[in-house]
Design a protein around this ligand. Sequence first.
Ligand SMILES: Nc1ncnc2c1ncn2[C@@H]1O[C@H](COP(=O)(O)OP(=O)(O)OP(=O)(O)O)[C@@H](O)[C@H]1O
Ligand SMILES: [Mg+2]
Length: 143
Amino acid sequence: MYKKILVACDGSLYARKAIEVSADIAQRYKSELTVITVIQHPLNGFGMFSVEELGPEAYEILKKKGNNIIREAKEQLKDHDVNSNYVLEYGNPGDTIVRYAKKNSFDLIVVGSHGYGEIMAHMLGSVSDRVNHHAHCSVLIVR
Ligand SMILES: Nc1ncnc2c1ncn2[C@@H]1O[C@H](COP(=O)(O)OP(=O)(O)OP(=O)(O)O)[C@@H](O)[C@H]1O
Ligand SMILES: [Mg+2]
């Protein structure tokens, strides 16, 4: 049913749970599972810094953080019998996840309900909310 599943990971406990659920579905349907981590542009008050504005040092720090999150996701999935891929992208997380899913014809996106933000249990995080509203395919929000 789901051939290609995209799971969004920011390294939070919620995202870990989303990975667990997505791996279980991928195992059952023999789907291809892709973990995406998006390095967020820091805000500069007028929008977002571009890679050029950030400079190579700040960019390297952000990239290292992203790679650490990917490494942890790999570690989490190593005992699961699933065909998994890992991608690191740069930009606004919600928009980037939606765009990547459409461009690469995923048929399910899995996200956690929250991440590292201040938790308001009754609300969704802004990334999961954006993905939920703009994705071209089904979205599973893991609580
Ligand atoms: N930078 C990111 N890269 C990949 N996935 C992400 C990223 N940020 C969030 N997500 C995904 O979205 C889910 C919800 O996180 P979200 O950022 O929406 O909530 P939050 O951090 O609690 O709130 P907010 O960021 O709006 O303050 C996470 O569990 C994860 O699946
Ligand atoms: Mg967040």
